[in-house]
Design a protein around this ligand. Structure first.
Ligand SMILES: Cc1ncc(COP(=O)(O)O)c(C=O)c1O
Length: 472
C-alpha cells in the first residue's frame, strides 16, 4: 500500500474499546450468526438464547398490519404522504406522542400519568439512555448502576458520553435486590475515587433478573437520591412484560402520589422494543418533567429520530385499544406459560434459577457446574455450553454480576418447539455430567467433564455439537 503523508490517525473514540463489543455477550451472537440453528436445515446449529427479543406477539402485530394496510398506503391515516415524506418537526408528531403516552399509561395499568409533552422521541431506548446520560452527567462523572445490569449499558451510558459507571453490587443472598447499604458502599467508593456522582440508574423490571423492583426498594432509591441530591433514571422497557405477581410499580406512580420527591429529578426511559416486540422499528422515548432536560434532549434527539412513516403507522396501532389490550393480555399469558415450562424443565435436571415475574429470560445459577469458582471458570463453562450443547446463553460477567456462575437464558425469542429442543439439550448435557445439583451428591463442583483446555470459541461448523446431539 502506498504510504500517504500527513496525519490520518483516527479519533480516540473510534479506536478505543469502550463500546464493549469485544465481550462474551456479543461473541455469543457472532458464534450464533456463523452457525444458526434451524429445525430442518441446521438441526445441530447454535440456538440463540442470548437475545432478549419478544417474538411471542409478532404474529398478532403482523395480523393487525395486514388488516390495516390502508395505513401503510396513507389512506385514512392521521398524516398525508406529503407530511410523512418531508422533514418532520423534531418533536415528533403530536398524534404519535399522544398515542405513545396512552400506551405507556395502559402498560402501567393507568396508575401513572404520562403527559405527551414530557416525551422526547428517540430511536429506541438505547438512544434515550445515552441522551439522558449526556443531559445529566459530564465526562468523568459517575452513575451508580445496580448489578447485574444489561450488558449494553457499558456502551450506551459510557462509551460516547465519557461518563463512568460505579456498580452497586447486589448479592444472591438478597435475591440481587438493591439495598441501601449497597447503594451507600458504591457512593462512597465513587467519592474515594474522586468522582462526582450524578444519578442512580435502575432497570425496572430488571434485565437480566426478570424481576420487578418492589415499591419499598423504589422508595429507598428515591430517598437515597434525595439525600445525596442526585437524579434517578429508571429504564422501564420491560414494563409490559410482567406476567405474574407482584405487579409492576413504575417509579412515576410513587413520585406522582407524593410531594416528597422533586419530579424534575426523576426520568424514565421506555421503548416499544420489548413490550410490543418491535426492536426493528427503533421507537423509544425518554420521559421527564424537567424542562431543561426535555429541551436539551429534544435537541440531541435530532441524531436519532423515529421516522415519520413509523410514527404514522404506530399511531394507528397504539390508538387501537382493543388491539393493545388483547396483545398485552395474550403475550403476558404466553410468557407466564413459557416461563413456567422452562423453569420446570430446568429444575427437573437440578438447575436452579431466580423465580422471575417479568422479562423475556431467566437468571440461572450454574455455579455448581463451575470447574473453578471464578470468572475464568464461568467463561470456561460458557464456552462449553456454546460449543458442546450449542446454546448461546450469556455469562453473568457480561452483566457485571458480582458472583461467578450466573447466566441469563432468553426464551422469548423462539418458538415453543425450539425451547423444548433447547431443554432437551440441557437435559442430556446434565445427565452426561452426573445430574449436577440434583441433591444426590452429583452437584459438587468439578463434576463436569470440561476439557482441560477450553476449545477456541467460534467455529463455522460445530461438529462437536453433532457429537452432543448423537449422545442425546
Ligand atoms: C434494559 C434495557 N434497556 C435498553 C435496551 C435497548 O432497547 P432498544 O432496542 O429499545 O434500544 C435493552 C435491550 O435489550 C434493555 O434490555
Amino acid at each position: 500500500m502506498a504510504k500517504l503523508e500527513g496525519s490520518f490517525e483516527l479519533s480516540k473514540l473510534a479506536l478505543a474499546d469502550g463500546h464493549s463489543e469485544n465481550s462474551p455477550y456479543f461473541d455469543g451472537w457472532k458464534a450464533y450468526d456463523l452457525n444458526p440453528y434451524h429445525p430442518l436445515l441446521n438441526p445441530c446449529g447454535i440456538m440463540q438464547m442470548g437475545l432478549a427479543e419478544n417474538q411471542l406477539g409478532t404474529a398478532l402485530v403482523d395480523e393487525w398490519v395486514e388488516k390495516h394496510t390502508r395505513f401503510l398506503a396513507w389512506k385514512d391515516t392521521l398524516t398525508s404522504f406529503k407530511e410523512t415524506a418531508l422533514y418532520q418537526d423534531y418533536h415528533g408528531f403530536d398524534s404519535f406522542r399522544k398515542a405513545l403516552a396512552r400506551f405507556m399509561e395502559e402498560v402501567r395499568d393507568g396508575r401513572a400519568k404520562i403527559d405527551p409533552d414530557g416525551l422526547v422521541l428517540t430511536a429506541g431506548a438505547t438512544a434515550a439512555n445515552e441522551i439522558l446520560t449526556f443531559c445529566i452527567a459530564n465526562p468523568g462523572e459517575t452513575l451508580l448502576v445496580p448489578t447485574p445490569y444489561y450488558a449494553g449499558f457499558d456502551r450506551d451510558l459510557r462509551w460516547r458520553t465519557g461518563v463512568e459507571i460505579e456498580p452497586v453490587e447486589c448479592s444472591s443472598d438478597e435475591s440481587f435486590q438493591i439495598t441501601l447499604p449497597a447503594l451507600e458502599r458504591a457512593y462512597r467508593t465513587a467519592l474515594k475515587k474522586g468522582k462526582t456522582v450524578k444519578a442512580v440508574f435502575i432497570t425496572n423490571p430488571s434485565n437480566p433478573l426478570g424481576l420487578t423492583i418492589s415499591p419499598h426498594t423504589l422508595y429507598q432509591v428515591l430517598d437515597f437520591a434525595r439525600e445525596k441530591s442526585i437524579h434517578v433514571i429508571a429504564d422501564e422497557v420491560y414494563a409490559g412484560t410482567v406476567f405474574s405477581s407482584p405487579p409492576f410499580t413504575s417509579i412515576l406512580e410513587l413520585i406522582q402520589s407524593s410531594n416528597k420527591y422533586g419530579p424534575e429529578t426523576v426520568h424514565i426511559v421506555y421503548s416499544l422494543s420489548k413490550d410490543l416486540g418491535l426492536p426493528g422499528f427503533r421507537v423509544g422515548a425518554l420521559y421527564s418533567s424537567n424542562q431543561t432536560v426535555r429541551t436539551a434532549a429534544r435537541r440531541m434527539s435530532s441524531f436519532s429520530l423515529v421516522s415519520s412513516q413509523t410514527q404514522a403507522l404506530l399511531t394507528s396501532l397504539l390508538l387501537d385499544s382493543g388491539f393493545t389490550q388483547n396483545y398485552l393480555l395474550r403475550v403476558r399469558k404466553e410468557l407466564r406459560r413459557r416461563h413456567g415450562d422452562f423453569l420446570k424443565g430446568l429444575r427437573e435436571v437440578g438447575v436452579d434459577c431466580v423465580e422471575g415475574n417479568s422479562g423475556l429470560f431467566c437468571w440461572v445459577n450454574l455455579g455448581k457446574l463451575l470447574r473453578i469458582d471464578d470468572w475464568e471458570g464461568e467463561l470456561q463453562l460458557w464456552r462449553v455450553v456454546l460449543e458442546k450443547i450449542g446454546l448461546n446463553i450469556s455469562p453473568g460477567c457480561s452483566f457485571h454480576c458480582s458472583e461467578p456462575g450466573w447466566f441469563r437464558v432468553c426464551f422469548g425469542n423462539m418458538s415453543e418447539e425450539d425451547m423444548n429442543v433447547a431443554l432437551g439439550r440441557i437435559r442430556s448435557f446434565m445427565s452426561n455430567n452426573g445430574g449436577a445439583g440434583r441433591g444426590d451428591g452429583g452437584g459438587s463442583k468439578g463434576m463436569m467433564t470440561i476439557p482441560e483446555e477450553a476449545p477456541p470459541m467460534v467455529r463455522p461448523h460445530l461438529s462437536y455439537v453433532l457429537d452432543a446431539e448423537q449422545q442425546a
